[in-house]
Design a protein around this ligand. Structure first.
Ligand code: NAP
Ligand code: F7E
Length: 337
């Protein structure tokens, strides 16, 4: 019998890659999906299995991180060996517009899940999706010993979740780990995060569908890795003998301007002819530089990244060009459920 996992945030970028990884490892994957008035399962449509299919290994449940009782009921029903808490309001700029909501889902949501594990009485391991945003203003390179100095409601909520996870490990002996992941991207990255916003615009400008791209601060430094590699690190953390916290990063810095240049240049375009500044994309308090030191993950998990930011920019542009061509040819269809 394979293991059973429950993923919150299964419809997100990481959730979709993690579900693929676990299914390939013969897990039965249960995913928590929040109710939406429009389809929100596009990233997992290709691995979706019909409820009527016997012996299916991918099962979706409606619930929400704001509903603690629903979490208890779900855990009692599924009895997972492993829980991956990836669900969150994950957009830093938006967290300044909706700080209470972000605190509720991204912060308290984790506590609800930890408490639901206790209340349901099941024996399980939990992965918490912690973030380099917790380091905020702390100068790079950042590792597991770097003090937190969050710069947004999102960062503050993640710090709350981080310490709640550590507290449940210490107080109740729970196998609870924090993966402190630096920015990771892919063709499935949400369209309003800066990398995807850029690569999508490159595809559209190249096709003559868009002329201008409005951005905020181009000087910010980030450490961008490739999401499918990062979900492997999550899984490895839960396979260890002892629970612990790990930084996951490439260690390679680049500015938003560097990424912009590489993405446009990969199609022979000059970004400076298309990009304009809009202050609405700036944050009230910015995180200037995040560059991770992932040597602990390398030494203890045997995890190392292969894809660096320049290659990532190229592969994301290629994927956005292919997706646009498919869309324009009418070949892309939505699956109804
Ligand atoms: P994402 O694409 O924004 O996905 C977030 C997921 O959370 C989506 O499935 C979303 O559902 C779900 N969600 C939102 N509100 C919810 C609620 N109230 N109840 C239940 N689910 C809810 O994020 P990601 O990039 O995959 O990141 C996964 C996790 O890692 C997040 O916790 C994020 O904060 C954290 N993280 C990300 C990065 C990164 O660079 N990607 C780095 C460090 C940490 P919908 O699809 O319906 O919106
Ligand atoms: O911004 C600058 C912006 O929104 C990156 C989330 O996954 O990673 C992500 O958070 C940088 C910032 O990601 C635009 O000011 C300029 O300095 O792509 P982003 P983020 O804020 O680093 C962390 C690790 C997480 O945990 C989060 O969940 O780019 N920037 N112009 C812009 N950013 C956006 N979104 N849009 C712009 O137009």
């Amino acid at each position: 019998m394979g293991k059973t996992a429950l993923i919150t945030g299964v419809t997100g970028q990481d959730g979709s890659y993690l579900a693929e990884l676990l299914i390939a490892k013969e897990y039965t994957v249960h995913g928590l999906v929040r109710r939406s008035s429009s389809f929100n399962t596009e990233r997992i449509d290709h691995i979706y299995q019909d409820p009527q299919q016997p012996g299916r290994t991918m099962i979706l449940h409606h619930a929400d991180l704001s509903d603690g009782v629903a979490l208890v009921n779900l855990l009692r029903e599924v009895r997972p060996d492993e829980v991956y808490n990836l669900g969150a309001q994950s957009h830093v700029r938006v967290s300044f517009d909706s700080p209470m909501y972000t605190g509720d889902v991204t912060g308290l949501g984790t506590l609800r899940l930890l408490e639901a594990i206790r209340a349901s009485g099941i024996d399980t391991r939990i992965y918490q999706a912690s973030s380099s945003e917790m380091f905020g203003a702390a100068p790079p390179p950042q590792n597991e010993r770097t003090p937190f100095h969050p710069r947004s409601p999102y960062g503050c909520a993640k710090v709350y979740s981080y310490w709640s996870t550590v507290n449940y490990r210490e107080a109740y002996g729970m196998f609870a780990v924090n993966g402190i992941l630096f920015n990771h991207e892919s063709p499935r990255r949400g369209e309003t995060f800066v990398t995807r916003k850029i690569t999508r615009a490159v595809a559209r400008i190249r096709a003559g569908l868009q002329e201008r791209l409005y951005l905020g601060n181009l000087d910010a430094v980030r450490d961008w890795g490739y999401a499918p590699e990062y979900v492997e690190a999550m899984w490895r953390m839960l396979q260890r003998d002892e629970p612990d916290d790990y930084v996951v990063a490439t260690g390679v810095p680049a500015t938003v301007r560097d990424f912009l240049h590489a993405a446009f240049a990969s199609c022979g375009l000059d970004w400076a002819r298309h990009v304009l500044f809009d202050p609405k994309y700036e944050r009230p308090s910015e995180v200037d530089a995040l560059v991770g030191d992932a040597s602990k993950a390398r030494d203890l998990l045997g995890w190392q990244p292969a894809v660096r930011w320049r290659e990532l920019a190229g592969l994301m542009v290629e994927a956005d060009i292919a997706a646009l061509e498919e869309e324009l040819s009418g070949a892309r269809v939505r699956i109804d459920r």
